[in-house]
Design a protein around this ligand. Structure first.
Ligand SMILES: *Cc1c(COP(=O)(O)O)cnc(C)c1O
Length: 491
């Protein structure tokens, strides 16, 4: 100490007068307020979460939810013996969801919280694989689906199950029940309809798919179960379109996954996997762990996980109930319909999904009609200058010829924001009309916008490398399904 006071302004303190370490493990320590300021300020470059209409995930929670998350920062959900009430709240959520989704044994069935739908989907898929094996399945297991979220491509690769994605045809943007039988055989462990499709927001016809499988069983004897990927739809239809029969009311539906952190309104890191009855979850997937004290069954891919998400989900359930969820979700659907109307009035847009609760999730998706020269990648880029993050991407096979744009609307999206967005859309189209780009942007140019543009290794390069390796691997092993392409715009 020299007797001269150390600077107490954070921007004059040691550690902030040169750039933060970026490569190699840092050698020296700095004050926490300096480190905080550096990290906080770097994140100013991130988009504004509530204007990110490409994500499906929660971007607004109330103060009480924030408080609970904060209070539970130190709670590991796996320590069920040490935190018995956290375990209890998780179990209550499981049974509440089984009830919401009409399980014939809501209080007796099994389920678990997860980090999201991806983990829940893997668990549902693994259970189907184990049940198939128990039934005497011996070949290479496969599952049948339409255009799916990337978690199912991961499930297929990570767990060596063949994915049979039925290509789109005609003007139908969801899996067509008529196409299913031709893709099924004795090694089909499940059919996976998506209840709230990633690409368009549309619901797939779970009841129609179930009927098609009934017919398949009547003619061939094959009894193929359904796992519903209800990542978003699972917290929408039960409140806003209860007449849609997509859940455990259909006996063929053996398991369901949903993202608590999407339409479930919980903070990021909450997902659910629920089985129709306890018999539908094979025992082999359940591990009894006794080194935490007590004897606690777990069936997760993770061990340690934060407990706050399941706790806050429980808060959401008792705070809102069916009536509250219906009010919140209907308000979002209505704001979405307002956006849809504004879109058709302002541009050469044809709606694919108009935020109608009978047809899909709280989202609007659209394409450009007719001979309009408007390029949706240009539009997406232009909207970015005002802070709106809205993805543009091609539809999956065999309709890659169609480029679409999708806005996913969530808790906190209002009528007013829809009006602001429409005004910016109009402004953007005017600019593009007046100053058309010499060469329009492409999907590749737009790629940096959902994924880290500033990463040292670009995600696209890395993905290409991994894909090349896997392709080589697949060629050298026996006949394998060609790895499905990963699409952008998936969240
Ligand atoms: C978001 C989503 C997933 C993945 O869920 P996460 O909760 O992000 O892991 C899977 N399927 C569908 C249909 C989705 O929308």
């Amino acid at each position: 100490m020299t007797g001269i006071l150390e600077p107490d302004d954070v921007f004059a303190m040691p550690g902030i007068k040169h750039a933060a370490p970026k490569r190699g493990f840092p050698e020296h320590e700095i004050f926490p307020q300096v480190a905080y300021q550096i990290v906080h300020d770097e994140l100013l470059l991130d988009g504004v979460a509530r204007m990110n209409l490409a994500t499906f995930c929660t971007t607004w929670v109330d103060d009480q939810a924030r408080r609970l998350m904060n209070e539970c920062l130190d709670k590991n959900i796996v320590d069920k013996d040490e935190y018995p009430q956290t375990a209890e709240l998780e179990q209550r959520c499981v049974h509440m969801l089984a009830d919401l989704w009409n399980s014939p044994d809501a209080m007796g069935t099994l389920g678990t919280s997860t980090t999201g739908s991806s983990e829940a989907a893997m668990l549902g898929g693994l259970a189907a694989k184990f049940r198939w094996r128990k039934r005497g399945g011996t070949g290479i297991p496969n599952f049948v689906c339409g255009p799916v979220q990337v978690c199912w491509e991961k499930f297929a690769r990570y767990f060596d199950v063949e994915i049979r994605q039925i290509p789109l045809r005609g003007d139908r943007y969801t899996m067509n029940p008529d196409d299913i039988a031709a893709h099924c055989d004795e090694n089909t462990i499940m059919v996976v309809p998506t209840f709230g499709q990633t690409f368009t927001g549309l619901f797939e016809d779970v009841e129609g798919i179930s009927k098609a499988l009934d017919e398949l069983q009547a003619t061939t004897g094959l009894d193929i179960p359904i796992h519903v990927d209800a990542a978003s739809g699972g917290f929408l239809a039960p409140f806003c379109a209860p007449e849609i029969c997509w859940d455990f009311r259909l006996p063929r539906v053996k398991s369901i996954n949903a993202s608590g952190h999407k339409t479930g309104l919980a903070p990021l890191g909450a997902g659910w996997a629920i089985w129709r009855t306890a018999e539908d979850l094979p025992e082999e997937l359940i591990f009894n762990v006794d080194y935490l004290g007590g004897n606690m069954p777990t069936f997760n891919l993770n061990f340690s996980r934060p407990g706050g998400q399941a706790i806050t989900q429980y808060y959401d359930f008792i705070r809102l109930g069916r009536v509250g969820y219906r009010n919140v979700q209907n308000a979002i659907y209505t704001a979405g319909q307002h956006l849809a109307k504004g879109l058709t009035e302002s541009g050469p847009f044809e709606l694919i999904h108009d935020s109608d609760p009978k047809h899909g999730i709280t989202a609007v998706s659209w394409k450009v009609y007719g001979k309009s020269k408007l390029n949706l990648y240009d539009l997406s880029d232009r909207l970015r200058t005002r802070g709106w993050l809205i993805a543009a991407y091609p539809l999956p096979a065999d309709r890659e010829d169609v480029t679409i744009m999708r806005a996913v609307l969530r808790h906190g999206f209002t009528h007013d924001m829809a009006d602001l967005l429409i005004a910016d859309l109009n402004r953007s189209m005017k600019v593009l009309d007046k100053h058309p780009l010499k060469t329009s942007l492409t999907r590749e140019d737009a790629g940096g916008f959902t994924h880290n543009a500033n990463a040292l290794v670009s995600t696209a390069d890395l993905q290409a490398k991994v894909k090349a390796q896997l392709d080589g691997h697949a060629k050298s092993s026996s006949k394998k399904a060609k790895p499905a392409k990963s699409k952008s715009g998936k969240k």
